[in-house]
Write a protein that binds this ligand. Structure first.
Ligand SMILES: *Cc1c(COP(=O)(O)O)cnc(C)c1O
Length: 452
């Protein structure tokens, strides 16, 4: 009769050639852990059901190997975005340019002059690295890069408005997503909210009345992910800035997506740009690095030197500072704008600027390669809390499948996973967001699934 005594010991398994190979691949401590866990699982199963017997040594080691593979596998890996949502927050927002990836790799691989002044040989400041290029691009007096735009908002308000009053329009007390609520972040910073206007209407006079009392800041938060339509009124940002400046109060503009170019050029509506906010006279402007800018995750703060100096000195600045890879990558992305080559080099700008003819050509090539499906008109969107409700025309490859739900699941199980959309039980794939170097993998994945 088979008993647990027939089960090999860890020591016995260690004598096998297969285990030697596992140790070479995964290291000894992890392999030992996996062997012990596998034997424990087998013992537990055997006690529940002795009739099933014990697995062979070979099958024990196969089980240990899959445990090891799972333990050592990163849970974060590339996917193919065929959804047509250009800045898909759940899929990591902006893919980065070659030069950006290269710059991040170079500083990650070795040492750098991150906080070292090569001129004097003394300690330098990490703050200077993206600063000069941001000054050059935007004309701002000073700049600071932090971890993301959410921390830029928290830091700026903490440094400039702790225990002080901050005026903001009711219509801008928004939730950006991921639980980031403008009023909550403002409270977190210690600022006292002074809400003005109503949900749909706000006038300069609302600001002016609020400014009659002592106020530290006027803030504008961009309504990134929704629109107010119908019976609405909102003053020009320039007029709000003028009212604040007349009262001697600085204006902080949380732009969110922070476009440096006009999105209207690509068929979307106009998204407020960093340059426009500068021209209107905003004193501090905040925006993300990985939204419409198309770079690494970062929060960019630009503006007047006196205010930026206060922000840089606040203790939170240290807690939310950008790391060297971010600073190097952001500089590389910003350089594309400086050299007027964003459309050619920055993936998300390239995606937006693809012509309908180019998108259609790719969808047709996919159809021809697969020998099935049809090319249909559709819409691509920006997403990522930018340009709400906005889409531009695109062409999609539409596939007829037995069960759309099952097919989508199959696509997600592909290596690399393919993320697509469905409509009316059909699979829709948008070439706009599929990186050219991923097209081969996409077609192989689709072919395999369509064959079954
Ligand atoms: C997206 C957004 C943020 C947060 O930016 P992250 O870089 O995601 O932290 C803050 N404010 C506005 C207006 C935004 O649109």
């Amino acid at each position: 009769m088979t008993t647990l005594r027939n089960l090999p010991s860890v020591e016995q398994l260690l004598q096998t050639e297969t285990t030697a190979q596992l140790i070479a691949r995964f290291g000894r401590p992890l392999t030992l852990d996996a062997l012990r866990q596998t034997l424990d699982e087998i013992r537990a199963r055997f006690k529940l059901n002795p009739e099933a017997g014990l697995p062979s040594n070979e099958s024990i080691l196969t089980q240990a190997e899959s445990t090891l593979t799972a333990w050592a596998a990163s849970t974060l890996h590339p996917v193919i975005n065929a959804t047509g949502v250009i800045l898909h927050t759940n899929l990591g927002r902006a893919p980065m340019s070659e030069a950006t990836i290269h710059a991040m790799g170079v500083v990650s691989r070795g040492y750098s002059n991150l906080e070292f002044d090569l001129e004097t040989g003394k300690r330098g400041s990490r703050l200077i690295h993206a600063e000069s290029i941001l000054q050059k691009l935007t004309g701002a007096e000073s700049a600071l890069v932090v971890n993301n735009c959410a921390s830029a908002v928290l830091l700026t308000l903490s440094a400039l408005a702790n225990k002080k009053r901050v005026v903001i329009a009711r219509s801008q007390l928004v939730e950006i997503g991921g639980g980031f609520r403008v009023p909550d972040v403002m409270k977190q910073s210690g600022a006292k909210l002074v809400e003005v206007g109503t949900t749909n209407k706000i006038r300069v006079s609302d600001y002016q009345s609020a400014l009659e009392e002592s106020v530290a800041l006027v803030m504008r938060a961009h309504r990134s992910n929704f629109k107010i339509v119908g019976f609405t009124e909102e003053p020009d940002f320039k007029d709000i800035v003028d009212a604040a400046h007349t009262a001697g109060v600085p204006v902080v503009d949380d732009l969110g997506s922070g476009a440096l170019y006009d999105t209207a050029k690509y068929g979307f509506s106009h998204e407020p740009t960093v340059q426009e906010s500068m021209q209107a006279g905003a004193d501090v402007i905040l925006f993300s690095g990985d939204k419409l800018l198309g770079g690494p995750q970062a929060g960019i703060i630009i503006g007047k030197k006196v205010l930026l100096d206060k922000i840089k000195k606040h203790p939170l600045a240290r807690a939310v500072r950008a790391d060297k890879a971010c600073l190097a990558g952001l500089s590389a992305t910003l350089t594309h704008y400086l050299k007027d080559e964003a459309e050619r080099e920055i993936p998300i700008v390239k995606m937006m600027s693809l012509t309908l003819k180019q998108v259609k050509g790719r969808a047709e090539a996919w159809r021809d390669e697969l020998g099935q499906g049809s090319v249909v008109e559709g819409q691509s969107t920006v997403g990522g809390g930018s340009l709400p409700d906005e889409s531009i025309p695109t062409f999609l490859l539409e596939l007829q499948v037995k069960s759309a739900e099952k097919f989508l699941r199959g696509l997600r199980k592909n290596n690399p996973p393919i993320i697509a959309r469905t409509e009316n039980e059909k699979i829709l794939l948008d070439p706009r967001t599929v990186l050219p170097e991923q097209e081969g993998a996409l077609l192989v994945g689709l072919k395999n699934l369509l064959r079954n």
